[in-house]
Design a binder for this molecule. Sequence first.
Ligand SMILES: [Zn+2]
Length: 141
Amino acid sequence: MEVPAGPHRPVADSDSQAWWSAIQDRTLMVNGCASCGRKSLYARPFCPHCWSEDVALVAASGHGTLYTWSVVHQNAAPFDAHAPYVVAMVDLAEGPRVMSTVEGCDAAELRAGMALTVSFREDEDGFVVPVFHPAHPVSSR
Ligand SMILES: [Zn+2]
């Protein structure tokens, strides 16, 4: 699927185009290395661990853990519509760390190391972004 362009959308270069296209189809991909077997992100035509160019995008499990996060209370348009929101660093089960957001629970309930699962949020303009939710119900206090 074509990645829609917009002033507040990521600029997809030739390396990230395939990754963002997969996101539009609701699949989270990681860069898989056939030489050393490790996974990496962002998408690029080589492996940052062993420099092999024998890499290809492979589907991730969608499971990860929360490494750290912060809460954005104010931002300029159009991001103000979502404030307050969580900016999270998520360690994927495959190894790469990605920046995303966590939805579906109060920011006060976030814990480092908590299990997260990816899902896909379709924004008003039809652009799909990967977001994370708690993998297990969070007990309210
Ligand atoms: Zn490698």
